[in-house]
Design a protein around this ligand. Structure first.
Ligand code: HEC
Length: 126
């Protein structure tokens, strides 16, 4: 009986450990399927120039915190509109201290679903 109980205890302990590990491996915040689509397009098309960790310049500025910053970049433009305009017409507003090296053909290259997915993904970068 005592052996059985300690076996049971071991199993419960192992399960608790396992769930603790898998919980810490889950990225936060959890992305919706649509945001994940945007994330994979971002990784393919944008990540060579834009980091998503703070204070890291590759070629373009880091997009960490862009959802918070975007709403105050251009008067009268909300965050989503600014991000979308930045992708479609990168020359309309240049981030201070950067040159206009961002490609201008994303309007042709991306489907509207991919574009909206990227915007949704970037809106999670508070
Ligand atoms: C060849 C490098 C390059 C690629 C690829 C690129 N960008 Fe950029 N991006 C830049 C540069 C440089 C700037 C800063 C100059 C400017 O404002 O256009 C910028 C600016 C931005 C800004 C404005 C950031 C701010 O703080 O206001 C956003 C948003 C952005 N890019 C999103 C994207 C997205 C999304 C993609 C992929 C679809 C992408 N970029 C692909 C180089 C790039």
């Amino acid at each position: 009986m005592a052996r059985q109980r300690s076996f049971l205890f071991c199993v419960i302990f192992a399960l608790a450990l396992l769930s603790a590990c898998s919980a810490s491996a889950t990225p936060a915040p959890t992305l919706t399927a649509f945001e994940q689509l945007g994330q994979s397009v971002f990784n393919l098309r944008c990540a060579q120039c834009h980091a998503v960790v703070p204070d890291t310049v590759i070629i373009g500025p880091s997009l960490a915190g862009i959802a918070t910053r975007a709403g105050s970049r251009v008067p009268g433009m909300d965050a989503e509109e600014y991000i979308e305009t930045s992708i479609l017409f990168p020359k309309e507003f240049l981030v201070p201290e950067f040159t206009d090296t961002m490609p201008t053909n994303f309007g042709k290259e991306l489907t509207s679903e991919e574009l909206q997915g990227i915007v949704a993904f970037l809106m999670t970068m508070k």
